[in-house]
Design a protein around this ligand. Structure first.
Ligand code: ZN
Length: 183
């Protein structure tokens, strides 16, 4: 696939991710189909960041396939090429580590990420904050939501300059979580 046109790579990434995540649901109240999340990232990149780089867009669509499905790095390299596969790996946590440690590692690794992986990361955090503000998981208290938003901000600050439109979108999403009410 890596010899194909940019649009072919992106659509193939969409089909591959839809298949891999086909039985998964998000943890929000409506338990939306999982694929909604990677599609949202790609949509944010295009409409709010003006991004057309197929490596970033395919990376966004595929970013959770290794972490949350049985997909392997080798499988991604074979189908999408090493550049896209490497972006996915940069966005994949080591699930053998405790969650708190994984979250700290994300903050630590942020400055050294590749430019397309940084784009995926900021779109991911923006999408997650919007979910937290509008459809919070039932068990997420107000103080936990604020804690999550502030961790995401430390991470995004550590990415450095990424893209002005995406940085503005992230800042708005962060503010919306801090302003959200509830308990
Ligand atoms: Zn994600």
């Amino acid at each position: 696939m890596q010899q194909d046109s940019p649009i072919a790579i992106i659509i193939d990434a969409l089909a591959f991710a839809a298949h891999k995540h086909r039985d998964q649901r998000r943890k929000n109240k409506g338990a939306s189909p999982y694929i909604y999340h990677p599609v949202t990232l790609a949509h944010i990149l295009v409409t709010e960041g003006g991004i057309t780089d197929p490596v970033a867009l395919a990376g966004a669509l595929l970013h959770d396939t290794v972490e949350d499905t049985e997909t392997t790095y080798a499988e991604l390299v074979e189908r999408f090429g090493a550049e896209v596969a490497d972006v996915v790996m940069e966005c994949t946590d080591d699930k053998s580590l405790p969650k708190a440690e994984r979250k700290e590692l994300q903050v630590e690794h942020a400055p050294s990420m590749s430019p397309p992986a940084k784009l995926v990361k900021i779109a991911d955090k923006t999408a997650n904050l919007r979910d937290v503000a509008s459809h919070p998981p039932a068990d997420l208290t107000r103080s936990r939501r604020h804690e999550y938003a502030n961790w995401a901000k430390r991470l995004v600050d550590n990415l450095g300059e990424v893209n002005p439109g995406l940085e503005a979108s992230f800042a708005r999403a962060h503010a919306a979580v801090l302003e959200s009410g509830g308990h």
